[in-house]
Design a protein around this ligand. Structure first.
Ligand code: HPA
Length: 271
């Protein structure tokens, strides 16, 4: 595993001029943020040794290096989901490569179903914390001390400092920003009404099929993480309607400029 991570990081280092310390993982329907990146250099996943290849519609599958918010960043356009059949080590492999490249900040976005009755479709939720219901854990098995501790702390999994900054920026730009707890679940089914209700009862505000594995590995790697959910459908009693992948993509696409604005301004103000 360490050897693979090193090999992939070396391959990437060879392809780029400057190595960033900020990484962004884009969720379903949120790929348009890459239009705001200057001096782009793309590396398709297929060409990267040891990288899994993304299979889901709406995910393009490349690393994009460039400038965003005046800083060097690397963007993952298209991520690996557990429901696609990848192991948790595969899902989080890119985050390990980011660690090897020296990434200090990880920004993550996703599309999610809202369970909080004050949420509307198109809202952005700043993730304060998460609940992990995935059946497999990315850190299960042998722990490599070089990568992080056996029992990682998760008390500030979503950096308080970055969250405060994001909230301040949302206020300054008149962007409505909800916040709450993200429940990570394996999918690929959307929830039944009873499941949405269950996730609400256990303390969730939104539910989705990603993010939790990457955030766990980022914390293991001592990165500071910040994540946003775009609320693309509602799991609130009385408001539950049929939901399709296309609805999710469309709602995310509409909300994405606001999320990009917050991310860009946060990035400008770090370091
Ligand atoms: N549930 C799980 N994942 C999702 C949802 C949802 O309602 N919406 C977008 N991703």
């Amino acid at each position: 595993m360490l050897e693979k991570i090193r090999e992939t990081a070396a391959f990437i280092r060879n392809k780029i001029q400057t190595v960033p310390n900020i990484a962004i993982i884009l969720g379903t329907g949120l790929g348009e943020l890459v239009r705001e990146i200057d001096d782009k250099k793309d590396i398709p996943y297929e060409s990267i040794p040891n990288f899994p290849v993304s299979t889901v519609e709406g995910h393009f599958g490349k690393l994009i290096f460039g400038k965003f918010g005046d800083k060097d960043v690397v963007v993952m356009q298209g991520r690996f989901h557990y429901y696609e059949g990848y192991s948790m080590q595969e899902v989080t492999f890119p985050v390990r490569v980011f660690q090897a490249l020296g990434i200090k900040y990880l920004f993550v976005s996703n599309a999610a179903g809202g369970m909080n009755s004050s949420f509307d479709i198109g809202d952005i939720m700043l993730i304060d914390d998460h609940i992990n219901t995935f059946p497999e854990h990315p850190l299960r098995g042998r722990n490599y001390k070089e990568l992080g501790p056996r029992f990682p702390d998760m008390s500030d999994a979503y950096s308080r400092e970055l969250r405060l900054l994001a909230m301040q920026i949302a206020r300054e730009n008149n962007i409505k920003l909800q916040h709450g707890v993200y429940v990570g679940t394996q999918g690929p089914t959307f929830e039944t009404p009873a499941e949405y209700n269950w996730f609400r009862i256990i303390g969730g505000d939104a539910v989705g099929m990603s993010t939790v594995p990457e955030i766990i590995v980022a914390n293991h790697a001592k990165m500071q993480a910040l994540a946003f959910s775009i609320i693309t459908d509602l799991g609130v009693e009385g408001k539950i309607v049929e939901v399709t992948h296309e609805d999710v993509q469309e709602a995310a696409r509409i909300a994405q400029p606001k999320m990009a604005c917050i991310m860009r301004e946060v990035i400008k103000r770090i370091e």
